[in-house]
Design a protein around this ligand. Structure first.
Ligand code: COA
Length: 532
């Protein structure tokens, strides 16, 4: 059996130093996660409870099967944006089990600006729907939503991928046979009203839930009708008069039970979780904290990661003696077969060709792909160009783009330049993309960006267009900009990933993602393997 041997010495000072550094990264991640879980803050939570409402994460706990996992997506969306006033973008999304059925949960947090939609809220909502669509998950909407956040309406409402997209998706998913089920817990106006209105089945909670296209102030302004919001759009009226709602629940707990009932009666196929007895990795995933160098420029063997993700640390490595800067091979994670591509240095022509060849093999064998990104880019320079790095790297990008098997990406280090493309970055639509807290994502590192931009300006300087002081200012500004923008929290705030995860949790997260893909029919048609 080809088990990965580890070369890590846990007693080495470097291991201890790396570990100590990583602990600080994890402490910061956990601090930020603890902060966003508080939603709109203590006063808003108290007001919420006084209205006999349950907080959004507690709703989700009650909805899901007891003690079952919940994979929360992009919890740090909108981090550090809007003066920190929109934690989690006011929306909780994630995958959980209801009556054994894996569902996508999309739940507004009414303690954050009335659950209204900011730019990142829309992006998060649409992303959750995309994941649901691709993985064939029923969607359950826990609706408590004031529609578009009006001061931001130009970044929320009019464009192709703005609020309208969420409703378009709902209709199309429903038509494609993916159930769209809503429970309404609070006041839902305009856009907020369409989430339940476009659902296949709707539950409303007596007393608090309201649905109206225009609330009482708009009704008064537009048609001079004076009406209270309960009469205009209350749960009883909508369940017994308008028929907008299908079920009336006396309270939130009952509404959540009704949702569980509806999902339980869908007759939806359960996913095979784990197909056979699974041996955990031989090497402790906790070691990852000491393996990842505190200095991101220092190399380390990607097999040390693979050995802590794969069942029994069993890894069949493809072409181990060729194109060594890309480690490729097959393994199982929680019993599910997976083809792994992991960076072990800069990508040369050989590594790119090997990756393309390996992707074709996985395609032919219907094995999903996992990309572990830690990449500065493809090799540059005369020798590389004369060797055709442009066309060879393009082959890898082409193979990644056209692969028909599910693809998953974890950024475990740097994700720079075209390396991001060749290793299935966000633009290449991996089913899920997660990042570790040490990740860095940018066109290039701050040091290289400074060199490139300064060099460009120096050329202008020689033509008498820029002063030395300007160059100095540019150097500082570029370094600041690239450092700030390549931070993983900058990325996750903008939904460039599906969340920052801890290295030790990676195996379980991937196991869940692979389980979702495992039940799918294999895509038909030829899968040629061209020897590269
Ligand atoms: N746009 C901008 N701000 C909004 C908003 C929206 N659509 N919906 C709520 N807010 C803000 C409120 O101004 C308030 O902000 P503040 O805390 O800074 O004062 C905060 O969210 C909470 O709103 P509040 O009305 O106090 O909460 P509530 O729980 O009593 O009521 C709603 C929630 C959603 C029923 C109610 O806020 C509402 O009707 N909002 C407007 C809905 C609307 O007209 N939407 C049209 C969108 S196209």
């Amino acid at each position: 059996m080809p088990q990965i041997e580890t070369r890590i010495d846990r007693r080495a000072p470097a291991f201890a130093a790396n570990r100590a550094h990583y602990e600080t990264l994890l402490a910061e991640l956990r601090r930020r996660q603890a902060l966003i879980v508080q939603g709109g803050g203590a006063a808003m939570a108290e007001r919420h409870r006084q209205r006999r409402k349950i907080l959004v994460r507690e709703r989700i706990d009650l909805l899901l099967d007891p003690l079952s996992p919940f994979l929360e997506l992009s919890p740090l969306a909108a981090w550090d944006l809007y003066d920190g006033e929109v934690p989690a973008a006011g929306l909780v999304t994630g995958i959980g089990l209801i009556q054994g059925v894996a569902c996508m949960i999309i739940a507004n947090d009414a303690t954050v600006k009335g659950g209204s939609f900011f730019h990142e809220t829309v992006k998060k909502h649409v992303r959750a729907q995309d994941i649901a669509w691709e993985n064939r998950l029923p969607c359950v909407y826990l609706v408590d939503c004031g529609g578009a956040y009006l001061p931001e309406q130009d970044r929320v409402f009019p464009d192709k991928d703005h609020f309208g997209q969420t409703f378009y998706n709902q209709c199309r998913m429903s038509a494609a046979g993916l159930p769209q089920i809503s429970a309404v817990f609070g006041g839902c106006t305009a856009g907020g009203a369409y989430i339940p209105a476009l659902s296949d089945e709707v539950v409303m909670v007596r007393g608090n839930a309201r649905i109206h296209l225009g609330g009482p102030p708009i009704v008064k302004a537009a048609i001079n009708e004076i009406v209270d919001s309960e009469t205009l759009g209350g749960a009883q009226m909508h369940t017994e008069v308008s028929g907008v709602s299908d079920y009336l629940a006396e309270n939130e707990a009952e509404a959540l039970l009704k949702l569980r009932d509806i999902i339980g009666k869908l007759d939806w196929p359960a996913r095979p979780a784990v197909t056979e007895a699974v041996a955990p990795p031989r090497h402790d995933p906790d070691d990852l904290l000491g393996i990842v160098p505190a200095d991101p420029r220092l190399p380390y063997d990607a097999r040390e990661i693979v050995g802590r993700l794969a069942d029994d640390s069993d890894f069949h490595e493809f072409k181990p003696a060729w194109g060594e800067t890309l480690v490729c091979g097959t393994a199982r994670i929680h019993g599910h077969a997976v083809g792994i591509l992991a960076n072990n240095g800069v990508l040369f022509s050989e590594s790119a060709l090997k990756g393309a060849h390996f992707i074709e093999l996985c395609n032919q064998r219907h094995i999903p792909l996992l990309f572990l990104q830690n990449i500065t880019g493809f090799m540059i320079g005369t020798e590389a160009e004369r060797g055709g790095i442009a066309k060879h790297s393009a082959k890898l990008v082409y193979a990644v783009s056209t692969a028909r098997v599910p693809r998953f990406t974890v950024i475990v280090g740097g994700s720079y330049g075209a390396g991001n493309y060749g290793m299935c970055g966000r633009g290449f639509h991996p089913r899920f993309l997660f990042a570790w807290p040490n990740a860095r994502i940018a066109t290039m590192s701050p040091e290289i960006a400074v060199t490139v931009l300064t060099d460009l300006r120096q050329q202008s300087l020689q033509r008498g267009k820029a002063s030395a002081a300007e160059i100095q200012a540019l150097t500082e500004e570029t370094s600041r900009q690239f450092t700030r923008q390549s931070d993983p929290y900058y990325a996750t705030a903008r939904l460039w990933d599906d969340g920052i995860i801890e290295p030790q949790d990676t195996r379980d997260v991937l196991g869940l993602c692979l389980a979702l893909a495992a039940a799918e029919p294999r895509s038909p048609g030829p899968s040629p393997v061209y020897r590269m």
